[in-house]
Design a binder for this molecule. Structure first.
Ligand code: GLC
Length: 621
């Protein structure tokens, strides 16, 4: 047998083993949902084709990762989300900037949506017209492969969005459906009169109550309503149709084979629709995600699934599946993020401590992505039952937070804008960058140096606290230099109505140039975050499976988080108030290393400047 034949035989054996491991369960779930043996057979044939097409370098990485299933749970994981055009114009620009990404200590980049999407009707790229084509201004599929290959050389993982809930109205299926081709209409939700849409509206909440009210769009040319949970140009796919499921799985595998390491399943709770329900988190969604997990474990086990579930913890956690039957590898820690900003506005860590305790009590196999800001708005999804016991009502508290972060209420230095203020419910969400929300924008505009120092301290403290949480921290591009809000979107007719663009500005490379200028705010933030990132990467107590818990500090504004792994223990203490604080930490006696100054210290008193923090490593010395 020649070398080539032996390689092919080996590949086949690897595939067969993976396939056999999942076949029974996959068939069972597929038949339960679709009861269609020939479509299942087609799916299986295609899985093998995608496996055969998968490059040898990716197959080798798959095996390496299979053998080391903890690979993404280490303390070296640090993510960054970026828009390709904002960051470096196009895909090859990003490739040329990998040195900067490495300088940020980042080893996983989330490339915001880059697939073909119509101008002006793209929802930031979340309306995909072709799952196999890159937006021409950003490059080509070949450029994407070049980038993922270069990232692989540098041990940087690449994440992309897989927008599976809907397609753009410009997608070929949508165009053919619009022309009345039944085969394609059945891939969406079409109704020739308003009766069923009206029934749905009774129970389905609205995603964009102001910018895109309602869940259906009337198509006068087609004489039909089509379901559009998001914008009218984003048509919901009908996963009751096995053709939709199969084809979308082929698209997923096509993209995985381009060298993508992490697939972010966009808007996953929405993918199954059922009349008289909220059309969120239905059990069929979990069947689909579980099938997707098995499909990836068969074809490309090195690929991770990241679920986008922007909901309260009880709804997020089921997307991990069970230990025996896992679904997503990673999920966003969204409630903690929102609660963090609530804490900034109230200077009271009570609710945050409770929220962290909930997350810390979950099985350690669950990996959360922690973040301060992302490309979307902040919805005030807080634990209002608990807040009520503090005397805070949902309606008035949301109003307060929105007022506060616009800079109108309380002792606020924040700047930003409301998002989707709903005239009916009175609800609104909030947009702004971390730096602007911390007061950097206001301090700069007022040329107030002291205020700037304080705002930078708050910004750095929030990152230090985020790095202490259980899971993987993800930076939002620009936050590493404290980039402020960008109001230019108001002059762009395609963006003006969507205030999320306030925090989607182009990276200011001139400001990046100042990271080496001692005394600049950019150098201060970049340098201090860099120090925290180095600490995190060098201390094993930061691995994802470490024990993590909170400790009461006796001060309503001061939070303490502890982590322990293999006998090593680290404590982080964070002051969420603008006043200097001294807290007495009963539980921490003896000598410990102040990891920021590098000096040993003794005693139970922690002295914190306004918005200051400390990282201590407990030691027996
Ligand atoms: C996700 C994205 C958001 C987008 C929506 C619709 O929630 O994060 O930006 O508007 O999906 O695809």
């Amino acid at each position: 047998m020649g070398r080539k034949q032996a390689g092919a035989l080996r590949d086949r054996n690897v595939y067969t083993k993976r396939f056999d491991r999942h076949f029974e369960e996959l068939r069972w779930l597929y038949m339960e949902l679709y009861d269609n043996g020939s479509m299942f057979a087609e799916l299986c044939d295609n899985l093998e084709c995608f496996y055969n097409e998968r490059g040898q370098a990716l197959k080798a990485l798959d095996e390496k990762r299979e053998a080391h299933a903890q690979w993404y749970r280490q303390n070296d994981m640090l993510g960054m989300m970026l828009y390709i055009d904002n960051f470096a114009k196009d895909l090859s620009g990003v490739r040329q900037k990998l040195d900067y990404i490495k300088r940020c200590h980042v080893n996983y980049i989330h490339l915001m949506p880059f697939l073909d999407s119509p101008k002006g009707r793209s929802d930031g790229g979340y309306a995909v017209a072709d799952f196999r084509k890159v937006q021409p201004e950003l490059g080509t599929m070949a450029d994407l492969e070049k980038l993922t290959e270069a990232c692989r050389q540098e041990n940087i993982s690449v994440c992309m969005d897989f927008v599976m809930n809907h397609t753009s109205e410009d997608h070929e299926w949508a165009k053919r459906a619009r022309q009345g081709e039944g085969e394609y209409m059945s891939r969406y939700f079409f109704y020739d009169n308003g009766e069923i849409p009206a029934e749905y509206e009774k129970t389905v909440p609205q995603v964009f109550p102001t910018t895109a009210p309602g869940n259906f769009t009337w198509l006068p040319d087609a004489g039909h309503y089509v379901m559009t949970s998001f914008y009218p140009y984003q048509w919901d796919l009908n996963y009751r149709n096995p053709r939709v499921f199969n084809e979308m799985m082929y698209n997923f595998l096509f993209l995985a084979n381009k060298g993508i390491d992490i697939i972010r399943i966009d808007a996953v709770p929405y993918i199954w629709k059922e009349l008289h329900t909220q059309c969120r988190n239905l059990k069929q969604v979990h069947t689909i995600v579980r099938m997707m997990r098995m499909i990836s474990e068969i074809v490309c086990p090195g690929v991770l699934l990241l679920g986008e579930v922007v909901m309260e913890p009880e709804k997020v956690v089921p997307y991990f599946g069970t230990i025996e039957k896992p679904e997503c590898h990673m999920l966003y820690n969204v409630t903690t993020m929102a609660t963090t900003w609530h804490t900034v506005a109230t200077r009271n860590v009570g609710l945050l401590k409770k929220q962290l305790d909930i997350v810390n009590a979950l099985p350690k196999e669950y990996v959360f992505l922690n973040y301060l800001r992302c490309h979307d708005d902040i919805g005030w999804g807080l634990d209002y039952d608990t807040l009520r016991t503090y005397g805070m009502e949902e309606r008035s508290h949301k109003d307060y937070l929105n007022q506060y972060f616009q800079g109108y209420a309380g002792e606020s230095n924040s700047r930003g804008e409301l998002y989707n203020a709903d005239p009916v419910t009175g609800d609104a969400r909030f947009c702004g960058t971390t730096a602007s929300m911390c007061g950097i924008e206001k301090a700069l505009s007022m040329k107030d140096d002291e205020a700037l120092q304080r705002a930078v301290r708050l910004d750095v403290m929030l990152h230090a606290y985020m790095f202490m949480q259980s899971g993987i921290p993800v930076l939002y591009s620009g936050d590493e230099i404290g980039q402020c809000n960008d109001y230019a979107y108001k002059n762009d007719a395609d963006k003006a109505a969507d205030s999320r663009y306030i925090h989607r500005g182009a990276l200011d490379w001139e400001a990046v140039g100042r990271i080496d200028e001692a005394g600049s705010a950019e150098a201060e933030i970049f340098g201090r975050l860099g120090q925290l990132e180095s600490i995190r990467k060098s201390e094993k107590a930061f691995v994802s499976v470490a024990d993590t818990w909170t400790i009461d500090t006796g001060d309503a504004s001061v939070l303490c988080i502890a982590r322990r792994y293999e006998g090593e223990e680290i404590i982080g203490i964070f002051n969420f108030s603008e006043h200097d604080k001294t807290v007495h930490m009963e539980e921490i006696g003896g000598k410990c290393l102040d990891m920021i100054s590098g000096q040993y210290r003794e005693g139970m008193e922690a002295e914190l400047t306004a918005y200051g923090f400390c990282y201590w490593k407990l030691s027996d010395q």
